[in-house]
Design a protein around this ligand. Structure first.
Ligand code: ADP
Length: 232
């Protein structure tokens, strides 16, 4: 039985259909890259899997149960829509949910331990994301969903972050769903990929990425490949 099973899923924001007839299966221990152009519905699908939005049609099951908020999933969004005057420091924010002790070793490993006294809203997108990932990991989830920010990322710190995810994936069978705009990072880090384009969702191993891109994006991808080959 797959750990996550999405069947015939449809979702619209008011009148705009965003996802149509999407099927996707993710096994325990997968480190899966979720790839697709801007606006293809990746973030929406992740929110539905995390139980933050409900499908209009179809179903999402996590560990055999209808999805909805449960302790199995740690969800780290791409952006934090917070009031720029939100006054909390990182430490205060981590203390708000007192269900677990702050894991200082984890903060150190993610290179955010020196930011505890800083105001959360003043940090870069990458720093905010690593803090929220640390927060999600402190709850010991089975699944981590990470919607990667495309701006404000410190490459070196991010590399360490990916290494930590790889270790948790290998040693603790943490299932990771990794949304990224960067196909290079996805092919480097993940062992499976899901290509999403509103009505298309195809999965395969990361080695199959070029063929999958052709299936999902057809002529658009061929034109890109052609240009790319001729620029070398
Ligand atoms: P991606 O993550 O692939 O860039 P999204 O899931 O964020 O795609 O968005 C898919 C489509 O849904 C886009 O056209 C976007 O403008 C629209 N959309 C996203 N969030 C909302 C929202 N809260 N209300 C209305 N439309 C939205």
């Amino acid at each position: 039985m797959p750990l996550i099973k999405v069947s015939d899923l449809c979702f619209s924001y008011s009148d705009e259909p965003v996802l149509t007839d999407i099927d996707l299966e993710i096994e325990k221990g997968d480190f899966i890259g979720i790839v697709g152009p801007n606006g293809s519905g990746k973030t929406t699908l992740m929110k539905i899997i995390a139980g933050l939005e409900s499908p209009d049609e179809g179903a999402v099951e996590v560990d055999g149960k209808a999805s909805g908020y449960n302790g199995l999933i740690g969800y780290v969004p791409q952006k934090y829509e917070r009031d720029p005057h939100f006054p909390a420091t990182v430490e205060e924010l981590l203390n708000i949910s007192a269900t677990q002790e702050i894991d200082y070793d984890l903060l150190e490993e993610l290179e955010v331990d020196n930011l505890l006294d800083r105001k959360f809203v003043e940090l870069s997108g990458g720093q905010q994301q690593r803090i929220m990932a640390a927060f999600a990991l402190m709850k010991d989830p089975e699944i981590l969903i990470l919607d990667e920010p495309s701006v404000g990322v410190d490459i070196q710190a991010q590399e360490k972050f990916y290494n930590l995810l790889e270790r948790l994936n290998t040693e603790e069978e943490l299932t990771v769903l990794f949304v990224s705009h960067d196909v290079g990072v996805v092919s480097d880090k993940t062992n499976k990929v899901a290509l999403i384009n509103r009505e298309i969702c195809c999965t395969g191993t990361t080695d199959e990425l070029p063929e999958l891109m052709e299936t999902a994006y057809g002529d658009e991808f061929k034109a890109f490949k052609h240009l790319h080959e001729h620029s070398h």
